[in-house]
Design a protein around this ligand. Structure first.
Ligand code: ADP
Ligand code: MG
Length: 702
């Protein structure tokens, strides 16, 4: 039966003995033919092209040269011993160097003034000259000059595999052996309809062409097919899970909007809601009234007013007799939410509680009681909310702020707190690119607050070099003169790092010199005790200090609408999303606000692009897109623990079109054939049933 070809144990492949098989399993998790075929090349090199030595420059990744070895010698002793071969092609000479296995290589390679050879490797610059460390080297032969496949696949390998001659070339060799055995034995996993619709080649053809492409065009088609497969089945899984959950998980029905909500809305709301806030509140309200359990992500830039959206929905919960909670990632943030919300609800007779790690045992016990007997309506806190002792009478809505800081396991815990699962609202201040949202949160409903409260002037962002600091200080003085406050942030990436700490302290001293009394300065960093931090923070919040010198502690922390300038020191050391988050600390009041990015002249291409992007736009989604292109999806907030990004071939930063197509196709497919029961979808159904049976269910968020 055709399926068994892919399941064939890897040791059955010619050229893979028991020892190599063991290594492939251990090092690359390749157990069978299917695993090997889906171990895709990470790039290709054009082996028809030969470079000349004089053409070599630092931008070339791999080069293929043709020439002669004219001299060899063993250099150095013991550990530092290396084998050096001088190689020439008539246009110049360079050295081929072996650090490992020098002795063994030295016995194999002799200077042959007459025999030509082909050398392939990555040039490196050493002492102002190019050499090639650990090149591949072959005698000139038919095979090397007239290669069947112009594009040669390059595979990842490991040190242990290389020792067993499974370097990239060795892996290419066994891939080729395997590909040559492909003949009507790779089952199709898509329907004919879908293949026709997107003009996809067969899976079988794709496997052949991805490893041994005949032309760039064939390679492109193979990639398209395999990327589509990957994204299609991820979306199928997400959307099936969503459908299943909606069908089987009961949700509390919040049938009405009552007095709490109406009172607050008509009498106590301090401002007019933005159109986006109204729309999102409505989306959430409809969801919570539907009888299904809500799992919704609200994305909105810093300052877009998410807290209020959450609050209004907690009031709806209360109108329907349910408690709710709001979970924040830090104690500072939880406290701030608590203060804002209890202030806003003061006229309403709503009981709001705060639970953080620092709550004393006695107060805690009282709170636990109030939660259990239903006296406490709204609980705000940190992950302390997840402790077993925290039991609600009837929790109806869980709001999670800045969700990426919570692990999946923590979120799953909320589920167990009630028999009927509460509605879950996740608020993310990190706008993420749509492709990422569709994959990370593909089974969630998503609302976007894409409008800022009125009266805000867009923050003006500029980039200044360190030597302009005096002028920046001058500007800061002008702003303080007109009553504003200022943040100066230093990168203390690792709070323990001495250098960073010294930078912060040096910076603080120079600011203190430039701003002597009556100016007052707060300083906050990670090595301070919590109460000292809190004290300094409060001085700034109350306006007693004009400047807050801080590390990224303030990233998600304070809300001081009077602060109008954000100076970010060594801005090149921050990622884009972090810069954007920091900038969001200002621009919260009605005044014009400014963000000043300070860097030295030593800026790489990436750094420059980050500064330019920040100066060009305030749009968090646009920034997120650039960020993902720069860093790749794997480094984006929230993706690490998700497991979603173990993508084998697709790339969320580049393949958004394929992703959209695949997702829309899945939606169409499931609307026509939700159980995948139709004959024409049997390939899909079968593959889906075989997929990732040991995968954890990472899509379940509550
Ligand atoms: P986010 O959590 O989305 O970053 P917040 O909810 O903290 O934003 O709101 C930022 C600030 O904007 C707060 O001071 C809040 O009171 C204010 N705000 C929220 N909605 C509005 C609105 N519709 N009009 C005016 N100000 C608003
Ligand atoms: Mg917020």
């Amino acid at each position: 039966m055709s399926g068994s070809f892919l399941q064939t144990p890897i040791e059955y492949l010619k050229g893979v003995g028991p020892q190599k098989a063991e290594l492939l399993k251990k090092e690359l998790h390749i157990f069978n033919y299917g695993d090997l075929l889906t171990f895709y090349p990470f790039r290709y090199v054009d082996r028809t092209k030969f470079y000349k030595i004089k053409e070599i420059n630092a931008d070339l990744p791999y080069v293929q040269l043709r020439g002669k070895i004219v001299h060899t010698e063993m250099v150095g002793v013991k550990r530092s011993q290396r084998f050096v071969a001088r190689f020439t092609d008539g246009t110049g000479t360079l050295e081929l160097v072996w650090f490992q296995g020098a002795k063994w290589i030295g016995e194999k390679i002799k200077p042959h003034a007459s025999n030509e050879c082909v050398v392939f490797g990555k040039p490196a610059l050493f002492n102002g000259k190019f050499n090639i460390p650990h090149p591949e080297i072959d005698p000139v032969s038919e095979e090397n000059t007239v290669l069947a496949s112009a594009l040669q696949a390059v595979y990842n390998s490991t040190e242990k595999l290389k020792v067993r001659s499974l370097d990239t070339k060795g892996i290419a060799r066994i891939q080729k052996t395997l590909v040559l055995q492909i003949k009507n034995n790779i089952p199709e996993i898509l329907s004919k309809d879908i293949m026709d619709k997107f003009q996809l080649i067969s899976r079988e053809e794709a496997f052949k062409q991805i490893h041994l492409p005949k032309s760039p065009e064939d390679l492109r088609r193979a990639e398209l097919r395999l990327k589509f497969d990957e994204l299609f089945f991820i979306q199928l899984k997400l959307l099936k899970q969503k459908g299943l959950r909606e069908k089987t998980v009961r949700g509390n029905v919040f049938s009405k909007v009552g007095d709490y909500f109406n009172n607050f809305f008509t009498k106590h709301l301090p401002f007019e809601l933005t159109g986006a806030q109204k729309r999102v509140i409505k989306e959430i309200r409809l969801d919570m009234g539907s009888g299904k359990q809500m799992n919704r992500l609200v994305q909105g830039d810093v300052g877009s007013g998410k807290t209020l959206v959450a609050l209004m929905n907690m009031l709806i919960a209360l109108d329907n007799g349910f408690q709710s909670c709001l979970m924040a990632p830090t104690e500072i943030l939880a406290t701030q939410h608590y203060e804002t919300i209890s202030q806003l609800l003061k006229p309403l007779n709503v009981n709001v509680g705060l639970l953080t790690g620092s709550k004393k045992a006695k107060a805690r016990r009282i709170l636990h009681e109030q939660l259990q007997n239903g006296e406490m309506h709204i609980l705000i806190g940190t992950h302390a909310l997840l402790e077993d002792a925290v039991q609600f009478k009837n929790i109806g809505l869980v709001v999670i702020d800045e969700q990426h800081r919570f692990g999946v396991a923590q979120r799953a815990k909320m589920w167990t707190k009630n028999t009927i699962a509460p509605h879950v609202l996740i608020m993310s201040a990190t706008p993420i690119p749509r492709t990422l949202a569709m994959t990370l949160y593909g089974d969630l409903d998503v609302s976007v607050i894409d409008e800022m409260p009125p009266g805000r002037k867009p923050i003006q962002t500029v980039h200044r070099f360190d030597e302009n600091r005096m002028r920046v200080f001058g500007f800061m003085k002008e702003q303080i003169e007109v009553g504003r406050q200022i943040y100066v942030v230093y990168p203390l990436i690792k709070e323990s790092e001495k250098m960073d700490f010294k930078d912060l302290m040096d910076g603080y001293e120079s600011i203190a010199r430039a701003f002597p009394p009556p100016y007052q300065i707060s300083i906050v960093h990670g090595q301070m005790k919590a109460d000292a931090k809190e004290f300094e923070m409060q001085r700034f919040v109350k306006g007693e200090t004009q400047i807050m010198v801080a590390t990224t502690v303030i990233e998600v922390g304070v809300n001081v609408p009077n602060a109008s300038v954000m100076v970010i020191e060594s801005a090149e050391r921050f990622g884009l999303s972090q810069l954007h988050q920091l900038r969001g600390r200002v621009g919260r009041g009605a005044e014009q606000s400014y963000c000043i990015l300070m860097t030295s002249h030593k800026l790489g291409a990436d750094g420059k692009l980050r500064m330019e992007t920040m100066c060009r736009t305030n749009d968090g989604f646009e920034i997120a897109d650039v960020d993902m292109k720069l860093r790749g999806p794997g480094d984006m907030a929230g993706t690490q623990q998700s497991g979603v990004l173990d993508l084998n071939i697709a790339d969320l930063a580049k393949d958004s079109q394929i992703l959209h197509a695949a997702r829309n196709m899945v939606i169409e497919l499931l609307s026509e054939d939700p159980e995948l029961a139709k004959t024409e979808n049997s390939n899909i159904a079968y593959h889906f049933s075989m997929m990732g049976r040991n995968n954890t269910n990472w899509s379940r968020i509550s």
